[in-house]
Design a protein around this ligand. Structure first.
Ligand code: URA
Length: 233
C-alpha cells in the first residue's frame, strides 16, 4: 500500500489533504528525512510533524464507558468515540464497538477494527462470559437465581429461551449477573421478567478481562497478554 493511502486510512485526512502534508514536508522518517507520497510503507519509521503514527490496523482497545454515552458513530448526543482520539473515528477499516452497552450502562466496552476478532468475541460459540452488576429498584424476591439459571426463561418477543445465567446476590437491591450470550437490553429485560427494574447497570468483565482500575472515560490499547486473558475467561 502507498504511504499516502495508509495515512488517509489512519484518519490523517482525505488523500488530497494527506498529499498536502507530504508537499509541506511534514511527513518524515525517524531520521527526519522528508518522505514522498509514493514511498514504500514502513509504518514504524514514519513521523507526522515529528510524531510516530497512530497504531497500524489490528487495534483492540478497552474503554471504561461512562453512562450518558452512546455506542454509535452518529447520534445527536455524546458518543463513545468522543472519548477516543478524534482520528480514530475516521479510520479505515472502521473501529467498531464489540457489541453495545446501553447509553445508561457503564463499564467495560471493547472496540476493534479487526472484523474476524470481533466475530470471535461475540460469536455464540465463544460463550465468553459477560459480567454485570445491577442495582435494582425493588428488593430481590429470592427466586431470581433459579429463574435465570433455568435455561427456560423466554423474554418477551423472543422465540428461543435464554441460556442459563448465574446470579450472585450482593445486597437486597444489587446483584452480579454472568451472561453467556448478548441479547438486546438483556439484563434489563431479565430483571423486568422477574418483576424488578434495573436503575443502574455496570459491566465489570468480558471473558478474563476486567477494567483493572481504568478510570471512567479512559481507554487503553490491549496487547497480546490482554487478548489471551480475554479468551481465557
Ligand atoms: N444488558 C442490558 O440491559 N444493557 C446493556 O447495556 C448490556 C446488557
Amino acid at each position: 500500500m502507498k504511504l499516502v493511502k495508509h495515512l488517509a486510512n489512519l484518519g490523517y485526512g482525505s488523500r488530497k489533504e494527506v498529499q498536502w502534508l507530504f508537499r509541506e514536508g511534514r511527513i518524515t522518517n525517524a531520521a527526519g528525512e522528508v518522505l514522498y507520497a509514493d514511498d514504500p510503507l514502513d509504518h514504524d519509521d514514519v513521523r507526522v510533524d515529528g510524531q510516530p503514527l497512530d497504531p497500524a490496523p489490528g487495534l483492540l482497545l478497552v474503554l471504561h464507558k461512562p453512562t450518558g454515552y452512546t455506542c454509535s458513530t452518529r447520534d445527536a448526543g455524546r458518543l463513545v468515540y468522543d472519548l477516543l482520539p478524534p482520528r480514530f473515528r475516521l479510520r479505515q477499516p472502521v473501529l467498531s464497538t464489540v457489541g453495545r452497552l446501553d447509553r445508561d450502562t457503564s463499564g467495560l466496552l471493547l472496540l476493534t477494527d479487526d472484523g474476524q476478532l470481533l466475530h470471535r468475541i461475540i460469536s455464540p460459540k465463544a460463550k465468553l462470559p459477560k459480567v454485570y452488576v445491577a442495582t435494582l429498584a425493588e428488593d430481590l424476591r429470592g427466586d431470581e437465581a433459579a429463574l435465570f439459571a433455568s435455561g427456560t426463561l423466554l423474554l418477551e418477543g423472543e422465540k428461543a429461551p435464554l441460556l442459563p445465567a448465574e446470579l450472585e446476590v450482593l445486597g437486597a437491591r444489587s446483584a452480579r449477573l454472568t451472561l453467556h450470550e448478548g441479547r438486546y437490553h438483556q439484563v434489563r429485560r431479565m430483571f423486568a421478567a422477574a418483576g424488578n427494574h434495573v436503575v443502574a447497570l455496570h459491566r465489570e468483565r468480558i471473558g478474563g478481562l476486567a477494567l483493572d482500575g481504568l478510570p471512567g472515560g479512559e481507554w487503553r490499547m490491549l496487547g497480546e497478554d490482554d487478548r489471551a486473558r480475554l479468551f481465557a475467561g
